[in-house]
Each structure stands twice: as structure tokens, then as C-alpha cells.
Design a protein around this ligand. Structure first.
Ligand SMILES: NC(=O)c1ccc[n+]([C@@H]2O[C@H](COP(=O)([O-])OP(=O)(O)OC[C@H]3O[C@@H](n4cnc5c(N)ncnc54)[C@H](O)[C@@H]3O)[C@@H](O)[C@H]2O)c1
Length: 262
């Protein structure tokens, strides 16, 4: 029988006040979990203050995931409420700049790697002792289709998302003996605010219409479809639940079978 209940599970989510992170928080809350989430955007954080489960099973903090000091304060707050957690979802990740590599700025490259890779290190380092105290759990890293394929015009993003896979495979090997499972999810083209910005930037760079770029993005999947934030949320929930208890070290695309990214 399916056991996807998350009752009494304690879950930390980075950059969770909108997009995939928020959809995941909502699914986890609906399945009984307690969620500790942070986000940089004050407006998104404030919006969640009105959530009916706020300060009951939903705890929200403002935090820059790429600032180690902020992340350590966030974990200090969590530690006041619980010493053990069941899961960490390393969701934070920015799209980075659009353009051919020789035209990109080193500041943009560094910022993309800092947020998309080094932030995951900050969260994971502080989460591991809490997962060990729990005698096991799940770490989920948000990679991308760009973490398993090349992605023209988005070299720093692709490099960062391949790095996430390397970190996932390595950690799964380091942490298996502690019953801590580590997996990466590779979302395809998600219907949402991020893709609106990505399509706008690519259309501007290539000097073509946004409609054309949108159609092209969707056609990268052989199912010719958008992916929804909830599709990713439900996989996260499965990986945290008892049903996912022997899945580790995997790179799991949720992309309608994307076959190209150009
Ligand atoms: N949306 C897509 O099409 C797509 C596709 C593949 C992979 N992904 C990956 O999935 C993850 C979530 O994507 P999304 O589309 O929901 O993201 P998003 O761009 O919608 O941003 C989600 C949240 O991240 C927060 N954020 C940004 N920088 C932050 C920082 N430094 N510290 C804390 N919070 C910060 C934002 O305020 C926002 O609330 C990312 O890692 C992304 O790379 C997304």
C-alpha cells in the first residue's frame, strides 16, 4: 500500500517562498509535514505570514541562501524548534545570464555558481548533523535538464547544475551508511514566473518573438508539454516519504522526456 504520508516529518526548504519551493512546501504541508523555509524576497516572505499554518507547521525566515552567515542564523532558528530534521530540499537556484560565453561577465558567472552550488554546500553542511540525529532522511538537490545536457547561451547555469549532480552522487556515497539518501531532480520547462523571464531574455538576445522561443522550449520535450511546479513537489514528497526509502544517488528528470536543450 502506498505510504506517502509526511506526518511528523520536518523539512527544510531553501528559497521556498515562491515557485517550485512554495509548491513543494504546500504539498508537504498538505501531507502532514512541518516545513521550515527561507527566501531572500521580503515581499514573498511577508505574503506567507498570512498562511493559516504559519508558526504551527510552517516557519518562514528571510535569508540570503548565498550568504553563509544568513544560512547559519536560519539553522540557529530551526535548532531552537527542533534538533532533528527528516529532509533538506536544496531548491535555491537562479537562471544566471543569457549569452555566448565570450560575452558574459565574470561577476555573473561567479554569482550563478555561488547561489546555485555553494549555497547548497552551506545548507547541506548544517543539515547533515540534524539528519544524523534523526538516524536518516533525505536530501533533495534541484538540478535541471541543464545538469544532464548542454544548454547553449546559459553556460554558467549548465555548469552549476552539472556540479549539483556531482555533489549529489558523492554525498549519496558518503551518507548512505547513515541512512541519509541524496537525490537530484532535473525539472524541464516549468510553467511559471522563472520561464517568463528566461523566454524574455532569450528572445531579446536572439532578436526573435517570445512566442517563438516559448514554442521551442515546450517542443524540447517529446511529450511537447509544460511541466508544472506541482510535478516537482510530488516527486520531492515521494522521495521524503517511506515509499522512497531505498532511492538514493539518482538523477531524476521530470521533463516530459526532454531530448534537446537548444
Ligand atoms: N523554473 C524552471 O523552469 C526550472 C527548470 C529547471 C530547474 N529549475 C530549478 O528549480 C529550482 C527552483 O526554481 P524556481 O523556478 O522555483 O525558481 P524562481 O526563480 O522562481 O525562484 C524561487 C525563489 O528563489 C528565491 N531566491 C533567489 N535567490 C535567492 C537567494 N540568494 N537566497 C534565498 N532565496 C533566493 C526567490 O526570491 C524566489 O522566491 C532552482 O534551483 C532552479 O534552477 C527550475
Amino acid at each position: 500500500m502506498a505510504d506517502q504520508s509526511l506526518k511528523n516529518k520536518k523539512i527544510v526548504i531553501s528559497a521556498g517562498a515562491s515557485g517550485i519551493g512554495l509548491a513543494t512546501a504546500k504539498v508537504c504541508l498538505s501531507r502532514g509535514a512541518t516545513v521550515y523555509l527561507c527566501d531572500l524576497n521580503e515581499r514573498f516572505v511577508n505574503k506567507l505570514k498570512k498562511h493559516p499554518l504559519k508558526n504551527k507547521r510552517l516557519f518562514v525566515s528571510q535569508c540570503d541562501a548565498s550568504n553563509e552567515y544568513d544560512v547559519s542564523n536560519f539553522f540557529e532558528e530551526i535548532n531552537k524548534k527542533t534538533k532533528k530534521i527528516d529532509a533538506l530540499i536544496n531548491n535555491v537556484g537562479v537562471a544566471g545570464p543569457t549569452g555566448t560565453l565570450e560575452k558574459l561577465e565574470s561577476d555573473d558567472w561567479e554569482r550563478t555558481l555561488k547561489i546555485n552550488v555553494i549555497s547548497h554546500f552551506y545548507f547541506t553542511k548544517l543539515a547533515i548533523p540534524m539528519l544524523k540525529k534523526n538516524k536518516g532522511g533525505s536530501i533533495i538537490n534541484l538540478s535541471s535538464g541543464a545538469g544532464i545536457m548542454g544548454f547553449p547561451l546559459r553556460s554558467p547555469y549548465a555548469a552549476s547544475k552539472w556540479a549539483v549532480i556531482g555533489m549529489t552522487k558523492t554525498l549519496a556515497m558518503e551518507l548512505g551508511k547513515f541512512k541519509i539518501r541524496v537525490n537530484a531532480i532535473c525539472p524541464g520547462t516549468i510553467k511559471g514566473d522563472r520561464m517568463v523571464r528566461v523566454i524574455r531574455d532569450k528572445a531579446k538576445f536572439l532578436k526573435v518573438s517570445k512566442k517563438l522561443i516559448e514554442k521551442d522550449f515546450v517542443s524540447m520535450a517529446s511529450m511537447n508539454c509544460w511541466i508544472y511546479e506541482e510535478d516537482i513537489a510530488k516527486l520531492c514528497s515521494f522521495l521524503i516519504s517511506a515509499d522512497g526509502e531505498r532511492v538514493s544517488g539518482q538523477t531524476i528528470p521530470v521533463d516530459g522526456n526532454a531530448t534537446r536543450m537548444d
